[in-house]
Design a protein around this ligand. Structure first.
Ligand SMILES: NC(=O)c1ccc[n+]([C@@H]2O[C@H](COP(=O)([O-])OP(=O)(O)OC[C@H]3O[C@@H](n4cnc5c(N)ncnc54)[C@H](O)[C@@H]3O)[C@@H](O)[C@H]2O)c1
Length: 352
């Protein structure tokens, strides 16, 4: 089996490399460390690339910018892949507002380059796009919520299962990042539906794991654990710190990607996240980090929510679970955080 992973230095991409190389596949990873351009030295992902080069058998790294149309088309013309897992992206709302061209060119343009390369040169390949729940913009905030001591909660029982793929994606506020991801999401669906390609679109909630290079602008759980450990101050933006996210370990994400590869569908969309069991607010996450020995988080409250930020977002996983029976979230929030704390301890030691 040959697999192409874009964004292979990043969180989900590197997990894709580990997953498929662990099964004996040849994996080509494309990444140009653009995360360091987006987020500065803290977002640098070369450490993860070196880890893969050391540890993942059958892995080779290709320094390629997915905006380079000729380079992407050439790659797909000259090398064959059974599966393409597309994870390269600009992932932050705030950065998109500062760098709108880079954001759109990477998220939308880069995705188009890959899809067209697949259509022209290897239409039999399975293609997975890591999309995001931000394609729903702030529409999920229209659900009524009630305030509990440590979190916001859906007020109506029928909403408890969370946000499904039926949630609308337009006529709401997205941020430019959400809009560029909508473009990628819809065009990927179109290559599936119009051209009959085997394309799965996975709309992630909070995808995370020990190798996450969380920064203030992206990767909340990872950044929270790191901040607690280093004794620095975590800024909470609005909603009293009771905003809820559902967190899924990237290994569980890759298990779903693998199931899709085994039984692909043309242009299908799935929500993927930790679901209710792995949901937490910022306040609850801070308590859990302290309980797990990661230190008590110092916080500063900024009385203004990030524009369009979800108040309570829990992914409804029923469609994914029904199309791929046996797949379910296996790694608990507690285990995710324990792994994360251990990983930051090691990484902080190396950078100290
Ligand atoms: N992490 C999350 O919570 C989350 C949630 C929902 C959706 N997603 C989606 O999952 C995907 C992967 O996210 P992630 O958290 O692994 O992000 P990440 O930032 O950790 O990884 C993305 C990688 O892509 C690389 N990259 C960026 N621009 C590139 C370019 N032009 N050419 C080549 N490589 C480039 C970066 O250097 C980085 O290593 C993204 O599409 C993101 O929108 C992530």
């Amino acid at each position: 089996m040959r697999v192409l992973v874009t964004g292979s230095n990043g969180l989900i991409g590197s997990e894709a490399v580990v997953h498929f190389s662990g099964l004996g596949a040849d994996v080509v990873g494309v990444d140009n460390n653009m995360r360091a351009v987006f987020f500065g030295p803290e977002g640098d992902t070369r450490w993860n690339q070196r880890r893969l080069e050391r540890e993942a058998k059958g892995f080779s790294h290709l320094e390629l910018d997915i905006r380079n149309r000729d380079g992407v088309l050439k790659l797909l013309e000259t090398e064959r892949f059974d599966l393409i897992v597309h994870c390269a992206a600009q992932p932050s709302h705030d950065l998109a507002a500062r760098m709108p061209f880079e954001d759109f060119d990477v998220n939308a343009g880069g995705t188009l380059n890959l899809l067209e390369g697949v259509r022209r040169h290897q239409p039999e390949a399975v293609f997975v796009l890591t999309s995001t729940n931000k394609v729903y913009g702030d529409a999920p905030n229209e659900l009524p919520v009630k305030e509990l001591p440590t979190r916001w909660e859906y007020a109506r029982e029928e909403d408890y299962t969370g946000i499904s793929e039926e949630c609308r994606i337009d006529r709401c506020l997205h941020s430019l990042f959400g809009a560029s991801k909508v473009a990628a999401d819809v065009i990927a669906q179109e290559y599936g539906r119009y051209f009959g390609l085997k394309i799965g679109v996975f709309r992630g909630g909070c995808l995370t794991g020990p190798q996450h290079s969380g920064v203030e602008l992206h990767g909340f759980l990872s950044y929270l654990a790191k901040t607690a450990l280093t004794g620095k101050t975590y800024r909470i933006f609005g909603y009293k710190g009771k905003q809820v996210r559902d967190n899924i370990h990237c290994r569980d994400v890759l298990r779903a990607v693998h199931r899709f590869y085994e039984a692909p569908r043309p242009g299908e969309v799935y929500n993927i996240g930790g679901g209710r069991a792995n949901s937490c607010s910022i306040l609850e996450a801070a308590d859990l980090v302290a309980e797990l020995g990661g230190g008590r988080l110092k916080t500063e409250y900024v009385d203004k929510a990030r524009q369009g930020d979800h108040i309570c977002y829990i992914s409804d996983l029923r469609k994914l679970e029904s199309h791929y029976p046996g797949w379910k979230v296996e790694i608990s929030l507690r285990d995710i955080l324990s792994e994360m704390i251990d990983s930051w301890r090691v990484r902080n030691r190396h950078t100290a």
